[in-house]
Design a protein. Structure first.
Length: 234
Protein backbone atom coordinates (compact mmCIF):
# COMPACT_ATOMS: atom_id res chain seq x y z
CA UNK A 1 0.00 0.00 0.00
CA UNK A 2 2.88 2.35 -0.53
CA UNK A 3 2.00 5.45 -2.55
CA UNK A 4 4.12 8.01 -4.40
CA UNK A 5 7.03 5.57 -4.70
CA UNK A 6 7.52 5.24 -0.96
CA UNK A 7 10.61 3.43 0.21
CA UNK A 8 10.67 1.55 3.50
CA UNK A 9 13.65 1.77 5.82
CA UNK A 10 14.05 0.03 9.18
CA UNK A 11 16.54 1.63 11.53
CA UNK A 12 17.55 1.02 15.15
CA UNK A 13 15.60 3.35 17.38
CA UNK A 14 18.80 4.95 18.65
CA UNK A 15 19.58 6.19 15.14
CA UNK A 16 16.74 8.71 15.26
CA UNK A 17 15.65 11.24 17.81
CA UNK A 18 13.94 9.53 20.73
CA UNK A 19 11.15 12.09 20.24
CA UNK A 20 9.77 10.05 17.34
CA UNK A 21 9.10 6.73 19.03
CA UNK A 22 10.80 4.60 21.63
CA UNK A 23 10.63 1.03 20.41
CA UNK A 24 13.40 -1.30 19.44
CA UNK A 25 13.07 -0.43 15.78
CA UNK A 26 11.64 2.58 13.99
CA UNK A 27 9.96 2.16 10.62
CA UNK A 28 10.31 5.24 8.44
CA UNK A 29 8.62 5.69 5.07
CA UNK A 30 10.53 8.04 2.77
CA UNK A 31 8.61 9.98 0.16
CA UNK A 32 10.61 10.51 -3.03
CA UNK A 33 8.71 13.39 -4.60
CA UNK A 34 6.66 15.47 -2.20
CA UNK A 35 6.84 19.15 -1.44
CA UNK A 36 8.06 20.68 1.82
CA UNK A 37 10.00 17.65 3.03
CA UNK A 38 11.32 17.56 6.56
CA UNK A 39 14.92 16.54 7.17
CA UNK A 40 16.16 14.64 10.20
CA UNK A 41 19.86 14.31 10.90
CA UNK A 42 21.39 11.32 12.65
CA UNK A 43 25.07 10.48 12.87
CA UNK A 44 26.82 11.71 9.74
CA UNK A 45 23.82 11.08 7.51
CA UNK A 46 20.48 12.73 6.94
CA UNK A 47 17.04 11.34 6.25
CA UNK A 48 14.34 13.19 4.33
CA UNK A 49 10.76 12.38 5.27
CA UNK A 50 7.43 14.10 4.82
CA UNK A 51 4.73 14.88 7.36
CA UNK A 52 1.68 17.12 6.91
CA UNK A 53 1.53 17.96 10.63
CA UNK A 54 4.44 18.29 13.01
CA UNK A 55 5.52 15.29 15.02
CA UNK A 56 4.49 15.01 18.64
CA UNK A 57 7.61 15.55 20.72
CA UNK A 58 6.91 13.00 23.49
CA UNK A 59 7.12 15.82 26.01
CA UNK A 60 4.98 16.63 29.09
CA UNK A 61 3.40 19.46 27.10
CA UNK A 62 2.30 17.03 24.37
CA UNK A 63 0.98 14.55 26.93
CA UNK A 64 -1.52 17.20 28.02
CA UNK A 65 -2.77 17.83 24.49
CA UNK A 66 -6.26 16.57 23.75
CA UNK A 67 -5.31 15.17 20.34
CA UNK A 68 -2.31 13.28 21.77
CA UNK A 69 -4.50 11.69 24.44
CA UNK A 70 -7.24 10.60 22.02
CA UNK A 71 -4.81 9.25 19.43
CA UNK A 72 -2.95 7.36 22.15
CA UNK A 73 -6.19 5.58 23.08
CA UNK A 74 -7.22 4.61 19.55
CA UNK A 75 -8.53 7.77 17.89
CA UNK A 76 -12.13 7.76 19.20
CA UNK A 77 -13.55 9.36 22.34
CA UNK A 78 -17.08 9.19 23.76
CA UNK A 79 -19.15 12.03 25.24
CA UNK A 80 -22.47 12.24 27.06
CA UNK A 81 -22.72 15.93 27.94
CA UNK A 82 -22.87 18.10 24.85
CA UNK A 83 -21.12 20.98 26.59
CA UNK A 84 -18.00 18.83 26.92
CA UNK A 85 -18.25 17.86 23.27
CA UNK A 86 -18.63 21.49 22.21
CA UNK A 87 -15.75 22.63 24.41
CA UNK A 88 -13.36 20.01 23.07
CA UNK A 89 -14.53 20.50 19.48
CA UNK A 90 -13.59 24.16 19.90
CA UNK A 91 -10.15 23.11 21.17
CA UNK A 92 -9.59 21.19 17.95
CA UNK A 93 -10.81 24.10 15.81
CA UNK A 94 -8.25 26.34 17.54
CA UNK A 95 -5.44 23.83 17.00
CA UNK A 96 -5.48 23.47 13.22
CA UNK A 97 -8.17 20.82 12.81
CA UNK A 98 -11.10 20.83 10.39
CA UNK A 99 -14.38 19.57 11.86
CA UNK A 100 -16.82 17.32 9.98
CA UNK A 101 -20.12 17.17 11.87
CA UNK A 102 -22.81 14.49 11.57
CA UNK A 103 -26.27 14.33 13.18
CA UNK A 104 -26.54 10.57 13.47
CA UNK A 105 -30.20 10.57 14.52
CA UNK A 106 -30.93 11.33 10.84
CA UNK A 107 -29.30 8.06 9.77
CA UNK A 108 -32.55 6.14 9.45
CA UNK A 109 -31.14 3.72 6.90
CA UNK A 110 -27.82 2.51 5.57
CA UNK A 111 -28.39 4.64 2.48
CA UNK A 112 -28.92 7.86 4.46
CA UNK A 113 -25.75 7.17 6.47
CA UNK A 114 -23.64 6.66 3.34
CA UNK A 115 -25.20 9.76 1.74
CA UNK A 116 -24.28 11.87 4.78
CA UNK A 117 -20.67 10.68 4.71
CA UNK A 118 -20.44 11.30 0.97
CA UNK A 119 -21.84 14.83 1.29
CA UNK A 120 -20.02 15.96 4.45
CA UNK A 121 -16.63 14.47 3.61
CA UNK A 122 -17.00 15.24 -0.10
CA UNK A 123 -16.18 11.69 -1.04
CA UNK A 124 -15.31 11.04 -4.70
CA UNK A 125 -17.98 10.14 -7.25
CA UNK A 126 -16.73 6.55 -7.37
CA UNK A 127 -17.63 6.02 -3.69
CA UNK A 128 -19.41 2.65 -3.80
CA UNK A 129 -21.85 3.25 -0.91
CA UNK A 130 -20.84 0.16 1.02
CA UNK A 131 -18.65 -0.41 4.09
CA UNK A 132 -15.58 -1.50 2.14
CA UNK A 133 -15.79 1.65 0.02
CA UNK A 134 -16.28 3.82 3.12
CA UNK A 135 -13.22 2.18 4.68
CA UNK A 136 -11.10 3.00 1.64
CA UNK A 137 -12.38 6.56 1.20
CA UNK A 138 -11.90 7.63 4.83
CA UNK A 139 -8.40 6.14 4.86
CA UNK A 140 -7.68 8.15 1.69
CA UNK A 141 -9.48 11.29 2.91
CA UNK A 142 -7.47 14.27 1.64
CA UNK A 143 -6.92 16.43 4.71
CA UNK A 144 -6.02 20.10 4.31
CA UNK A 145 -2.26 20.66 4.28
CA UNK A 146 -0.85 21.12 7.79
CA UNK A 147 -4.27 20.51 9.35
CA UNK A 148 -5.90 17.50 10.98
CA UNK A 149 -9.46 16.26 10.76
CA UNK A 150 -12.15 15.62 13.41
CA UNK A 151 -15.26 13.55 12.69
CA UNK A 152 -17.95 14.65 15.16
CA UNK A 153 -20.84 12.21 15.55
CA UNK A 154 -23.79 13.43 17.66
CA UNK A 155 -26.66 11.21 18.86
CA UNK A 156 -24.73 8.13 17.79
CA UNK A 157 -26.82 6.14 20.25
CA UNK A 158 -29.92 6.79 18.12
CA UNK A 159 -28.21 5.29 15.10
CA UNK A 160 -26.77 2.41 17.16
CA UNK A 161 -30.25 1.51 18.45
CA UNK A 162 -31.89 1.94 15.04
CA UNK A 163 -30.47 1.39 11.56
CA UNK A 164 -26.99 0.79 12.98
CA UNK A 165 -28.15 -2.22 15.00
CA UNK A 166 -28.18 -4.42 11.88
CA UNK A 167 -25.83 -7.37 12.58
CA UNK A 168 -22.63 -7.76 10.57
CA UNK A 169 -20.23 -10.64 10.25
CA UNK A 170 -16.92 -8.92 10.94
CA UNK A 171 -18.13 -6.86 13.90
CA UNK A 172 -21.26 -6.89 16.05
CA UNK A 173 -23.35 -4.45 14.01
CA UNK A 174 -23.24 -1.60 11.51
CA UNK A 175 -22.75 1.08 14.18
CA UNK A 176 -19.64 -0.67 15.41
CA UNK A 177 -18.48 -1.10 11.81
CA UNK A 178 -18.61 2.69 11.31
CA UNK A 179 -16.45 3.27 14.40
CA UNK A 180 -14.08 0.47 13.42
CA UNK A 181 -13.56 2.05 10.00
CA UNK A 182 -12.83 5.46 11.53
CA UNK A 183 -10.42 3.99 14.11
CA UNK A 184 -8.42 2.11 11.50
CA UNK A 185 -8.39 5.17 9.23
CA UNK A 186 -7.11 7.25 12.16
CA UNK A 187 -4.20 4.86 12.61
CA UNK A 188 -3.49 4.84 8.87
CA UNK A 189 -3.45 8.66 8.69
CA UNK A 190 -1.17 8.83 11.71
CA UNK A 191 1.32 6.50 10.03
CA UNK A 192 1.40 8.90 7.09
CA UNK A 193 1.97 12.08 9.10
CA UNK A 194 -1.69 13.16 9.41
CA UNK A 195 -4.14 13.25 12.31
CA UNK A 196 -7.75 12.10 12.20
CA UNK A 197 -9.87 11.58 15.31
CA UNK A 198 -13.56 11.06 16.10
CA UNK A 199 -15.63 12.60 18.89
CA UNK A 200 -18.76 10.50 19.46
CA UNK A 201 -21.65 11.92 21.48
CA UNK A 202 -24.41 9.73 22.91
CA UNK A 203 -27.52 10.54 24.93
CA UNK A 204 -27.19 7.07 26.48
CA UNK A 205 -24.59 7.38 29.26
CA UNK A 206 -24.26 3.60 29.45
CA UNK A 207 -23.47 3.05 25.77
CA UNK A 208 -20.67 0.51 25.35
CA UNK A 209 -18.71 -0.83 22.42
CA UNK A 210 -16.25 -3.68 22.20
CA UNK A 211 -12.78 -3.31 20.75
CA UNK A 212 -12.80 -0.83 17.87
CA UNK A 213 -9.88 -0.96 15.47
CA UNK A 214 -8.13 -3.10 18.07
CA UNK A 215 -8.97 -0.75 20.99
CA UNK A 216 -12.13 0.08 22.97
CA UNK A 217 -13.33 3.71 22.76
CA UNK A 218 -12.77 5.46 26.08
CA UNK A 219 -14.95 8.03 27.80
CA UNK A 220 -13.46 11.52 28.08
CA UNK A 221 -11.61 12.13 31.34
CA UNK A 222 -14.44 14.15 32.93
CA UNK A 223 -17.02 11.41 32.33
CA UNK A 224 -14.78 8.38 32.78
CA UNK A 225 -16.48 7.43 36.07
CA UNK A 226 -20.03 6.08 35.83
CA UNK A 227 -21.03 8.52 38.57
CA UNK A 228 -20.13 11.42 36.29
CA UNK A 229 -22.59 10.26 33.66
CA UNK A 230 -25.67 10.80 35.80
CA UNK A 231 -28.03 13.76 35.79
CA UNK A 232 -26.86 14.73 39.29
CA UNK A 233 -23.33 13.37 39.68
CA UNK A 234 -22.16 12.86 43.21
Amino acid sequence: MYRNDLRRLILPAGSLSRHLISTRFVIVEISIARSNPRELAFGSESLTICADMSFFSNSPDDWQRLDWQILRDGGIQLYWRREYLIEESQWFAKHDYDLFEFACETWESQDSMFSDFARTLRLPDYFGRNFDALDECIADLPLTENRGGVIVLTRFDAYAAGAGSTPMGRVENEAQAVLDIIARASRFHLLNGNRLVALVQTDDPQLRFGAIGGASPRWNHREWLNANRQSNPA
